[in-house]
Design a protein around this ligand. Structure first.
Ligand code: NAD
Ligand code: TYD
Length: 353
């Protein structure tokens, strides 16, 4: 196996921590450098089990700082980038779009520039892998259509607009300077270590604490859910075998209307807590809809399956039970997050909706 020096950005976040863990454990000959600013969403407790691995190193830094990015590329002789660092929550982007433009667009640009400057004499064996979202494609109607790699970009939220913009910069660096890149657009992820501002961990935690479950609008919006470890596996396959310059959609072929998903979460939490079925149903609280709320996302990941043989490994019922169990078994992880600053966020976000 080749020795490699891999830079993973955003590795202290939800998906990034699963990707870091997979690479550290599966590739002992790779040096895995996790670069993360540790914003509210970054949490080194997500990586406790591998923090002392000999092939792992953590660097606290901001991707927007081009000078620091250049020195990290040079000092560590980086030959592969897995770029996950981002502001990732739609509701926050509605309140503060500038932070999203700065991190997601300018931060990605500064990483691209650092890669270009360090690699310009030799792109051989190098790869800049940009992790993006299906939200760049906009919203589907309630029909059978799916997002494919050919779907036109049509972002609606400040979050998806910033991710779309970063995708365009990545392609521009490939087309203009020949930078070896690959982009993937994935559907909604779920699983352990997700920050509890996102639907699934928020609702599991609220049911446990007997708090209201804020359903936006009528709960009719549809999302396509993928277990996070399946996403990490797809990233591994694409990083090693994907076509340079290419795009791959990653999804679970697993669409759920929010309210139906919420009922599955309630049923699973009640079952695992030993409550009678229906105990927590009355925590459902319909609240004002999210502004510009995309109706439906659904990914067609046939290209990835046909070209590289990847497909989701977990059935949703197994995945959701595993996830609920993990949050209930790791209450200290959750309680450490939901004390302090989080309270302020929660009050601002949900009180008065
Ligand atoms: P997350 O919010 O849990 O983690 C983001 C991480 O990036 C955090 O550790 C944070 O500290 C770090 N970060 C933020 N700004 C930074 C900066 N300026 N410099 C360095 N680090 C910074 O996000 P996530 O859900 O793990 O998503 C990871 C990536 O995957 C994002 O690019 C997101 O757009 C994409 N994505 C997420 C989903 C999903 O369902 N969560 C789906 C598809 C794609
Ligand atoms: P979220 O986890 O924020 O992911 P995204 O907006 O990127 O899809 O939300 C998933 C869906 O759940 C989305 O349609 C919004 C909805 N939602 C609620 O109804 N209530 C909530 O409290 C949250 C956080 C989300």
């Amino acid at each position: 196996m080749n020795k490699r020096n891999i830079l993973i950005t955003g590795g202290a976040g939800f998906i990034g921590s699963h990707v870091v863990r997979l690479f550290v454990m599966k590739y002992p000959d790779y040096n895995v450098i996790n670069l993360d600013k540790l914003t509210y969403a970054g949490n080194l407790a997500n990586l406790k089990d591998i923090e002392n691995a000999p092939n792992y190193k953590f660097i606290k830094a901001d991707i927007c700082d081009i000078e620091v990015m250049l020195s990290i590329f040079t000092q560590h002789n980086i030959d592969g980038v897995l770029h996950l660092a981002a502001e990732s929550h739609v509701d926050r982007s509605i309140k503060d779009p500038f932070t999203f433009a700065k991190t997601n667009v300018l931060g990605t640009l500064s990483l691209l520039q650092a890669a270009k400057e360090c690699w310009k004499d030799n792109y051989e064996g190098k790869l800049f892998y940009h992790i993006s979202t299906d939200e760049v494609y906009g919203a589907l109607q309630f029909d059978n259509t799916l997002f494919t790699e050919a779907t036109k970009y049509d972002p609606h939220s400040p979050y998806s607009a910033s991710k779309a913009s970063s995708d365009h910069f990545v392609r521009a660096f490939h087309d203009t300077y020949g930078l070896p890149v690959v982009i993937t657009n994935c559907s909604n992820n779920y699983g352990p270590y997700q920050f509890p501002e996102k639907l699934i961990p928020l609702f599991i935690n609220n049911i446990r604490n007997k708090k209201p479950l804020p359903v936006y609008g009528k709960g009719e919006n549809v999302r396509d859910w993928l277990y996070v470890e399946d996403h990490a596996r797809a990233i591994d396959v694409i990083f090693h075998k994907g076509k340079v310059g290419g795009t791959y959609n990653i999804g679970g072929f697993n669409e759920w209307k929010n309210i139906d998903l919420i009922r599955v979460i309630i049923k699973t939490v009640d079952k695992l807590l030993g409550n009678a079925e229906g105990t927590s149903d009355n925590f459902i609280t319909y609240v004002t809809d999210r502004a510009g709320h995309d109706l439906r996302y659904a990914i067609d990941s046939t290209k990835l399956k046909n070209e590289l043989g990847w497909q989701p490994s977990l059935q949703f019922e197994q995945g959701i039970e595993k996830t609920v169990r993990w949050y209930l078994d790791n209450q200290t992880w959750m309680d450490n997050i939901t004390s302090g600053e989080y309270e302020k966020y929660y009050d601002e976000m949900y009180n008065g909706r």
